[in-house]
Design a protein around this ligand. Structure first.
Ligand SMILES: Nc1nc2c(ncn2[C@@H]2O[C@H](COP(=O)(O)OP(=O)(O)OP(=O)(O)O)[C@@H](O)[C@H]2O)c(=O)[nH]1
Ligand SMILES: [Zn+2]
Length: 355
């Protein structure tokens, strides 16, 4: 049975992370059985499909890096590409196809050729699901029928921001805003728990709002590679100075690719790639965030119009598309340091940040 409920997507994500096979079946297509390469081991792969007989689904960003496609990947790095079966396509080789960390250490066996994708909608959904699960976007295809078969719509429903509800609230004095209140939001479908920090008292003017995407390295560990930590603290100060406002702390680590994949991108940056190319080479969109959840949180807090603290026009557009009016964009620039100079320059030159 094909399950299109948001719970089915949650089950599929869980199964993928545990190394169990899943299948995706799109309307008008046959089911596509999949085993995530990152969480598979040789025994699981053997049980799933006979060696030498399986094809591997990767995304075009990764395929272009491996020179398996000559398409410009940056335009659409998450487009699916299927590598055809070959006798030398074993467990280790599937791993090497999936993970750019192995590019320097393991010369890739080959040659490989790509084949036409006969189930394109399921393949596209699989790449998206890998990203949501925080895994490398790579799957072995067409093994035994798994227990979980989902429709691509399950993934969209799982990501639906309208399912978020206010869970609880409490006073939270923080540095720079001793009168702050924290409000937590939850959805029955998603494991992400987003929070809002309410600072000051409403005074009739639109709140000054900051959408802060989670950055464990910058927010908590004081990483100098990005500007997140200083931006977080400066946002609280700016809201306090404005009089009142809301900081949304969104669990969108690594611009939506998750902590481990962000650290993989950092590893590529250690080799000289910038933040845009690193994401593309991993096979992910440059920015996988959606701001519908931020709009949902603001609406639940009774705010339909905001002044938005950001240098990123995509955040303004994302909020407006989700029904929140942005009365003004307020720049949020912090001084660079020697470690994040290039990152900030890349944001300015390649991702449209107004710095
Ligand atoms: N994938 C990836 N994510 C990163 C990298 N550096 C920072 N991030 C994440 O980027 C998010 C912060 O986004 P930024 O692009 O710095 O800023 P922004 O929020 O888009 O724009 P502003 O509102 O102007 O600050 C956080 O989720 C970080 O974890 C990186 O090199 N790669
Ligand atoms: Zn950061």
């Amino acid at each position: 049975m094909v399950d299109a409920s948001p719970r089915a997507a949650a089950k599929a994500i869980d199964a993928m992370r545990r190394g169990w096979p899943i299948a995706i079946q799109a309307e008008g297509e046959d089911a596509l059985p999949l085993l995530a390469v990152e969480t598979a081991d040789p025994a699981a792969l053997d049980a799933f499909a006979p060696a030498g007989r399986y094809s591997v689904l990767i995304s075009s960003g990764r395929a272009a890096t491996l020179k398996l496609t000559n398409q410009l990947a940056a335009a659409d790095p998450e487009r699916p590409v299927v590598v055809a079966p070959a006798p030398w396509l074993d467990f280790d080789t599937a791993r090497a196809l999936a993970d750019p960390a192995l590019d320097l250490a393991t010369p890739l066996k080959g040659p490989f050729r790509t084949e036409k994708i006969d189930r394109p909608n399921a393949a596209l959904a699989a790449i998206r699901l890998a990203r949501i699960a925080g895994l490398l976007p790579a799957f072995v295809l067409d093994g035994i029928d798994p227990e979980v078969t989902i429709a691509p719509e399950a993934i969209a429903r799982h990501q639906d921001a309208r399912a978020f509800r206010l869970a609880t609230r409490a006073r939270l004095p923080v540095e720079g805003a001793e009168d702050a209140e924290i409000v937590a939001f939850r959805s029955p479908d998603s494991a992400d728990e987003h929070v809002a920090l309410l600072i000051g008292q409403p005074d009739g003017r639109p709140p000054l709002v900051r959408l802060h995407s989670e950055c464990l390295t910058g927010d908590v560990l004081g990483s100098l590679k990005c500007d997140c930590g200083p931006q977080l603290r400066a946002a609280i100060a700016a809201i306090r100075a404005h009089g009142w406002g809301i900081l949304l702390y969104l669990r969108q680590e690594g611009r939506g690719i998750g902590l481990v994949n962000k650290l993989r991108a950092y590893r590529l940056q250690d080799q000289g790639y910038d933040t845009v190319d690193a994401n593309t080479r991993l096979g992910f969109a440059v920015d996988a965030r959606e701001f519908g959840v931020a709009a949902r949180m603001l609406a639940l807090l009774g705010q339909r119009q905001v002044r938005l603290l950001t240098n990123n026009p995509a955040k303004v557009a994302g909020l407006e598309a989700a029904g929140i009016a942005v009365a003004e964009r307020v720049p949020h620039r912090l001084p660079a340091n020697p470690h994040n100079e290039r990152y900030l320059a890349t944001k300015r030159d390649r991702t449209g940040h107004q710095l």
